[in-house]
Structure formats: structure tokens, C-alpha cells
Design a protein around this ligand. Sequence first.
Ligand SMILES: Cc1cc2nc3c(=O)[nH]c(=O)nc-3n(C[C@H](O)[C@H](O)[C@H](O)COP(=O)(O)O)c2cc1C
Length: 251
Amino acid sequence: MINRYSERQYTGAPIPQDVQAALINPKELRQLAVAECRAVWIYAPGEFDNIFTGIIGSYGKIRGASGVIALIVPDNSGQMGLLEAGYLGEQYVLRATALGLATCWVCGTFKYKTLMGRLSIGPNDKLVGLIAVGYAAAAKPKTPWLLHRIIKRKSLEQIATGELLAGDEWLKQAIEAVRIAPSAVNFQPWQLSGSVDRVVLSPSRSGAFVYVDLGIAMLHFAVSASNSGKSGQWSVGKKMVFCKEEQICQQ
Ligand SMILES: Cc1cc2nc3c(=O)[nH]c(=O)nc-3n(C[C@H](O)[C@H](O)[C@H](O)COP(=O)(O)O)c2cc1C
């Protein structure tokens, strides 16, 4: 999680077969199980430049990606589909990072029709977005990580209540893991509240991709918690609640 950042300039170099296999056939995948979601790997080194655009805000155009992962959910799955896509997709992002690959979530800056030349989806499917994958053109991100975090991220106090931040060390680390997660237009639309035993995640704004961002945040939180030896899971009902496995997650 700490090594991940959004890369937009790739070399277009081929990804060895075994690395591709490790990326797209993970041994296990976590699920929120609130919607169906599938990830489709499209591999075509250097051939995606006509699919990506660079028009939203200050985003640079993505060049030289070797592959993309397309995240597809049922058309009628609403916010739950977006949540599941964020949760699933970020696992590929973290796996790619661990394999020495760079990534960028792309939900806005691509040409849908051009992509459809390489991906066919059913009439009841919805494409949530893409994850560009490849080898970074520069060895290191342009902005060093520490600076990146200071200038690009909300403070812990802006995304979590004092009660949670005063809680256990594992919880603080899990909140930090949410803080460094990627989000569309870097909005960081997450708010954590509740108690140490029952952490509640809520959106702090509205927007087309907010529930994708929330799914990503839930994945970072869950991975960090389990890295700290905490078993626990998200329950999605009226609220999104993380609680210890042995407890009943009360909505
Ligand atoms: C759901 C989602 C959609 C995104 N869509 C785009 C996009 O369309 N184009 C793009 O260049 N970056 C996109 N990004 C990348 C964000 O701009 C990036 O995560 C954010 O600025 C934080 O920077 P970082 O990922 O380097 O930490 C997206 C990220 C997420 C999570």
C-alpha cells in the first residue's frame, strides 16, 4: 500500500507470462459479496494509447500501458456494484505493485467506444472502470512519497473521529491505510466513525465514483487490520461497519 501511486507513463514493455499469471490468477480474493463483479485482463503492450485521454482536471494522459484490467458489474447493481468493484480492483492494484508493476485506476479518462473494440460486455453488464498496468517509465514516482502524502492527502483527523484515533494501534494503522488509498480526482471521500469495536465508514461527499473509492478504502482497511493480526470483516447494510468476526455486526 505504501509503495502504490498512480502512474501515467509506462514503458510499454512486455509483462512476462509468469508475472501476468501471478497478477490475474491470485490464490485468494477477498469479497464484500454485495454484488457480482468480474475482472477482465486485456493484454496488448503499448496499444492502449488511443483508448486513454487526458482531459479531466490536471490528469496527464496515460501512455505505454501494457495491459488493462476492466471491472464489470451487473448494470442494475447500483452502489453495491461500485463498492464491490473498488474492493476487488484494489486487490489487483496491490498485487501488481508487489509484482513490481505500476498501475492507475481510470474511470473517467478513457474512450469507451474505442475500448469496446477490445472488450465485449453483455447488455446487462456495466463497465465500472479500468486499471492501467505496466512498467513505470521512470524508476520512481515524480513526487517522492513523503511529499506526495503531505500535499495530496487529508490529515487523519479529517477522515476519522478523535475516538477512533485514540484507539488501538492496529486501528490507527488501518486508518492510515485508508488515508493513502487512491480515489477518483483524489477526493478522499471517506469518513470513519463509530467505536474501536464497530468502525463505521461513510461517504463524505457524493459523486459518480464515490462508492468505488469507498470499496477501495474498505480493502485497505481490511488488509491493514489482518496484517496487524486482527480478524474482522465489513458488513454492508444500511451502514458499512467493520467489526470483529466473533461479534454480530449490528446495523
Ligand atoms: C475510482 C478511481 C477513478 C480514477 N479515475 C482516474 C482517471 O480517469 N484518470 C486518471 O488519470 N486518474 C484516475 N484516478 C487516479 C486518481 O487521480 C489518484 O488515485 C489520486 O489522484 C491520488 O493519487 P495517487 O493514486 O497517486 O495516490 C482514479 C482513481 C480512482 C480510485
